[in-house]
Design a protein around this ligand. Sequence first.
Ligand SMILES: [Zn+2]
Length: 416
Amino acid sequence: MEQINLKNRKKMKNLLFVAFGVFLLLSIRIGVIQFINGNELKKMAYEQQIQHRSINPKRGTIYDLTGEYILAESSTAYTVTVNPTNILSEDKEKVAKKLTELFNLDYETVIKKVKKISSIETIVKKIDKEQADILRKWLIENNINTGINIDEDSKRYYPYSNLASQVIGFCGGDNQGIDGVEAKYDNILAGTKGAITKATNALGAELGTEGENYIAPIDGKSLVLSIDMTIQSIAEKYLEEACIDNSCTDGGNIVIMNPKNGNILAMATYPSYNLNEPYTINNEEMRNNWENIEQKEKTKALQAMWRNKAISDTYEPGSVFKLITASASLEEGITDTDKAGEFCCTGSITVAGARIKCWRYYRPHGSESLREGLMNSCNPVFIGLGQKLGVETYFKYLNKFGLLSKTGVSLPRRSK
Ligand SMILES: [Zn+2]
């Protein structure tokens, strides 16, 4: 009897030890879950229970001066996203396969996104309605009700492709302005994103309209440029012709201003590029060899193509400046427009001991009036006038013509 009791006592003691041990381990485990993994788990629960998707607003339209021509507009497109935690495990592979096939994607990338522990993953952006409808139909047929979202988005379109490309600029994948007017006025054009927030149960199924919150996006505002589409087209046509005829390897620019108010009616850059495909290089030779070019070189080439040289590059005005000298001299009364024989070109003029040639030094212009001097673009005439004006007076006119102040052109400048 005594022996049995002792045995039982020992057993009970052991049992107590084991029970205490288990209790201790469980306490530690609870502690780990609560205090170490707590935040992570809370986040996962939130992701499982709450779906949050942003809704893109429609970007504003860009019009030309007349308001008749649309230079940039947004059309409806769709974005497909997934909430991986809300797709049933047994459906994941099937869904990934369908998305891959439908949108011509890489299966490995898609399956990774579908299986990821994450609240939302973007599968494809800017698909058209037809593709969106095919996916919707397939989802219904396969009884997949949660975890895949087809949301309205917008796609930027430039009806005149290459027209005023370096002025207008283009947008990125998230409809954000990357260059030109699109970048400069992004805050006006972009609008404000909306959102859909939905509560779901533990299995990821939506809880009806209860707990659903919809914040409508606010569409962007439209812009009217000072660019006149007709004048811009004409400027581009003749610029292209002139650049080709004269083999201008570095391209060219034309800026046409309204002299009354300084509004820029046209700003043409040659060569231009297609705004609907801003990442396709406009140089045929480079385009054919694109895959073999290093990334750094590609970036450099694209940035050079996008650059609005009319505002980003410096240019020595040369003979164009003769108009400034002529105007200042007329205003100061030191010359007349048509006084025969006022000037005499001998093919060169000496300034501070340096001989400066007329462009037609081999057959000097001889006797000429100011009007003839301008027609001949004769260098000695204007060097002489400049000397007569003197530095201070000349400077005063440069200032009056606004040549010493900033242009105020509201476009982003891209450095070389
Ligand atoms: Zn001359």
